[in-house]
Design a protein around this ligand. Structure first.
Ligand SMILES: [Mg+2]
Length: 265
């Protein structure tokens, strides 16, 4: 079996890997910085609540050497997906500031009468937003979901994720969304383009079997699961999605594979 720390690049999930809600997961900052000493590292998150710049600021403030270009969010990927296929467009977003910032940065116009409805986690979601999103979709707008994650791990347990909001809109409209985030191709194509390393030389590290690990399997990357977020040994045992390796957390991934302090990677 290949040593994961000998791979040339790491694609790291954020929620459940580096943070649990507002808390930094113990040892994760040091582990990321050590990985960066020996491999290319980018951060890939389905969470669209923060812009790439804001995620990079948060990681930097936590002690991780990080620039905006090292971060791919599902909000950024959705914004680029629309721009590259359809040009600058009108978009009705159901999401937070990070999603709106990325849509505007890509040249899109925010409108309640739009050609696209883009949905991410929105902690101010309400019936009026559901009504406007539904109206646009039944009038022909393309329904795009940043992700369909059912829950998000926080320091106080799990909270409903973007998938719960996407389901409300899908139920009302009867239209399934095009999903941008992990485990789907659009965000992975952008991640691989950014990292400029073949998938076969990448390891994806995440806390969720159905998104991170499935994404890795689909792309031909190594897939390492950490148990610091969504999954447990029991859920791994029950799942048909099998990671290449399972670690307690990011820190133990480095410890077990010897990246700390040696030059194998
Ligand atoms: Mg996660």
């Amino acid at each position: 079996m290949k040593n994961p720390t000998a791979m040339k690049a790491y694609i790291l999930d954020i929620d459940g890997v580096i943070y649990r809600g507002s808390e930094v997961i113990e040892g994760s900052v040091d582990a990321v910085n050590r990985l960066m000493d020996c491999a290319e590292v980018i951060f890939l998150t389905n969470n669209s609540t923060r812009s790439r710049a804001n995620v990079a600021e948060r990681l930097s403030a936590s002690g991780i050497r990080c620039a905006e270009d090292d971060v791919i969010t599902a909000g950024y990927a959705a914004s680029r997906y629309i721009r590259e296929r359809y040009g600058a467009s009108t978009v009705y977003p159901i999401g937070e500031a990070g999603l709106i910032d990325e849509l505007e940065a890509a040249g899109h116009t925010i409108s309640e009468d739009a050609d696209f409805v883009v949905v991410g986690l929105d902690r101010d979601f309400n019936y009026e937003k559901l009504r406007i999103g539904h109206r646009n979709i039944v009038c022909g707008a393309v329904f795009i979901a940043t992700n369909t994650d059912p829950v998000l791990p926080t320091e106080n347990g799990f909270v409903p994720g973007a998938g719960a909001i996407v389901s409300a809109i899908e139920t009302a409209s009867g239209v399934p969304p095009l999903v941008i985030g992990k485990p789907n191709q659009p965000i992975l194509e952008i991640a691989l383009e950014h990292i400029r390393v073949p998938a076969s030389e990448c390891t994806i590290v995440g806390d969720c079997l159905g998104t991170d690990i499935l994404a890795g399997i689909r792309c031909g990357m190594r897939a390492a699961l950490v148990l610091s977020g969504k999954e447990t040994l029991e859920s791994v045992r029950r799942s048909e999605i099998t990671p290449d390796s399972v670690f307690e957390n990011l820190s133990s991934l480095l410890r077990r594979n010897g990246a700390a302090g040696d030059d194998r990677c």
